[in-house]
Structures are given as C-alpha cells and as structure tokens.
Design a protein around this ligand. Structure first.
Ligand SMILES: [Zn+2]
Ligand SMILES: [Zn+2]
Length: 359
C-alpha cells in the first residue's frame, strides 16, 4: 500500500489490491479514516504531506528519563525542555539566510533537478501541460495547482509546475506557501516560556486548606516497577543487535576468538605471544621516558632488594636444588635478612639433629 499516493484513483487501485491479498487487512484499513494515513485525502489547507506513524516513539525518546518521574516533576521537566527548545529554534531562525526555511530550500533543489526530466507544452500565460513519463499533467500557476496534487497538499510547487515557473523566468521561492517563509518561522518562535521560580519562592496562600499538603500514600506493588514503555500487541520486540565481528583476546585479530585462535593452535611460546600482543596494542618496544608511575616502581624495587643469599669467599656457591644447603648463612646463626622462602629457621635444623653452625 502506497501511503504516498496522492490521487484517489491510485489510492483505490492500491486498496483493491490489498483486498485481493488479504480481505481482513482491507476491512481493518477501511475502519481508519483515509485522511489520517493517505496523502490523497489530506486536508489541502494544512500544506503538509508528511506521513509518520511513530510520533509517539519520537516523543518518548525526547522525553527520556522524565517518563518515569512523578507528575509534577514531569510537567516541570517538560516546561524546561520546551523553554530551551523554543529559544534554540529562535536562534536557528536568526541564522537563516534567504526567505525560506532550509528544509524547503533543499526540497526545491531536488525539484529543480527532477523537473529536467519532464517536457513542457505551453498553453497560455499561466497554463501548461507537462509530460512526465507518458502522463500529462495540467499546471495552472494562477490557481497554484497541478493535477498531480503534490502542490496542493505540500504547499511547494511540484516538478511539473516548476517547469512552467522556469518558463516564465519566475523563482520557485515566490510560489511556495507563505508558511515556509523565514518570517513565519520567526513569528512561531517569537514567544518564550518564562522561567518558573522554585517552589521555595512561591508565596504562601494562608486561605488555602490544608496549608501543608502531604503526598498520597504510596502502595508498593509486588515486583520491580516497570520502566519500559508498554508495547502494542502487534509490535515487534526489541532486537539487540550485536556485532558479529569478534576480536581475539590472544592475538588481537578480528574474526575469531581465544579458543579458535591459530596462535593457540600453533603452540607459540608465551614470551613470543606477549611481544606480539604488545606490538598489536601499539605500545612500542622502545624505552619509555620514566613516567611518574615508572619512578614509583623503580623506587619501590630499590627499597626492597631481591633476596640474595650471602656468599662467603671460602664457601662454594649455594645450590638451591638441595634443600638444606639453601641456608648458607654458614658462620652465623642469624638468618639473612629478607631471605624469604630460602630461609629455614634454626628449629628446623635442630629437629633434624643437626646444628646449623656445622653446615
Ligand atoms: Zn504536478
Ligand atoms: Zn587469535
């Protein structure tokens, strides 16, 4: 069904097609007045051919968080939103160049382009016949009409009329409805919503009873309160679209994950892998100037030296593979400071029946 159809004939044809396809849909559509959804029946005085069926969605989005707020907060929130919006539009109007609003100027440029594909036949000063894809349209510039009905409904000359206007060396702008002028735009936004003082500044009216009005008692219903908009019975559920592009955590490549990573399957040593990772992350292997954090860690490592077993010149190097020989304090019974895991207390040696001095 073409809701963009502007002619009764075309509308009836499309409706008939629907009836053939699905009689139930045809019956359902007949119940809705055509002027609500088909351009051919739009009121000509409106000068607007915009069809939208999701205005509530747009409004919902615009309202945003306010939707879940108590009614007073909601109303005041809407007021501030509108207050700012009006001012924003006013500024936009001041910046406009030319006599028409930018959207209409854009539309006119499109019409200019499209009119080149039509062929003009001049009948008189104001009357033309325009051939467009084997169909002839009648344009009358005096009554500002074309029987394609686009001009009637939208208030902007159609491509057929544009051709006649160009022939007369007139400008398209002068044939647009005055509703699209900058002057009218500025008139709409010439008013503003005045700021409202905070309730603490409101004068107290002593005659009103009760003086202190308490909020109604809230009855909490079971379950978590719903925040989402209630969907229409036939409305499609929200589909979370996830990108099907996976990034591997191992090699940072696209198109596979950690488990199916070719690097993992090749059994590349960890060190190599790490360097690969570093490269892909963009951090160079060149020395980095000491940052604040670097300095900190440096200082830390200095204050905490790595435990080293003290080596006396007369004794052989400690062999960490053999447990008892790890303790090479040798001459002293004092354990080496910070020896960590390598240090075994004297009680250990005593338990073995060996004096730590003897080793
Ligand atoms: Zn036309
Ligand atoms: Zn990988």
């Amino acid at each position: 069904m073409d809701v963009y159809e502007r002619q009764t004939k075309g509308f009836n044809f499309a409706l008939h097609k629907i009836k053939e396809l699905k009689p139930a849909a045809y019956d359902w559509l007949l119940k809705i007045p055509a002027e609500m959804w088909s351009r051919h029946a739009f009121d000509k005085r409106l000068k607007n051919d915009h069809v939208t069926n999701n205005i509530s969605e747009s409004f919902n989005h615009w309202v945003g968080d306010l939707r879940s707020k108590p009614v007073l907060t909601l109303v005041d929130g809407l007021r501030t939103k509108l207050m700012c919006r009006l001012q924003k539009r006013k500024l936009k109007g001041l910046k406009m160049s030319g006599d028409l609003v930018p959207n209409v100027v854009k539309e006119l440029n499109k019409i200019k382009e499209e009119s080149r594909k039509c062929h003009l036949l001049v009948a008189g000063e104001h009357e033309f016949e325009v051939q467009d894809q084997n169909i002839n349209y009648i344009v009358n510039l005096r009554t500002r009409t074309c029987n394609c009905r686009v001009w009637d409904v939208s208030g902007i000359p159609c491509k057929h009329a544009a051709l006649g206007i160009f022939h007369r060396r007139d400008s398209l702008e002068s044939f647009c409805d005055s509703r699209f002028s900058k002057e009218n735009y500025m008139k709409i936004y010439s008013y503003c919503i005045h700021p409202v003082p905070d309730p603490t500044f409101w004068p107290q009216d002593l005659e009103v009873e009760p003086t202190n009005l308490l909020p109604p008692i809230v009855r909490r219903m079971p379950g978590r309160p719903k925040k989402n908009r209630r969907k229409e019975p036939g409305e499609a559920p929200n589909v979370v679209r996830r990108s099907n592009m996976v990034r591997c955590k191992v090699c940072n490549d696209l198109g596979h994950n950690k488990r199916t990573c070719p690097v993992n399957q090749l059994d590349i040593p960890l060190a190599q892998l790490a360097s690969r990772k570093r490269k892909t992350k963009g951090s160079s292997s060149q020395p980095v100037a000491p940052t604040k954090q670097n300095k900190k860690t440096k200082a830390k490592s200095l204050s905490q030296p790595v435990p080293k077993p003290p080596i006396s010149s007369s004794q052989p190097l400690p062999n960490t593979e053999h447990g008892p020989s790890m303790h090479v304090a040798g001459s002293t019974s004092q354990p080496p400071s910070n020896s960590g895991a390598a240090y075994l207390p004297p009680s250990f040696w005593r338990g073995l029946g060996v004096s730590p001095q003897r080793i």
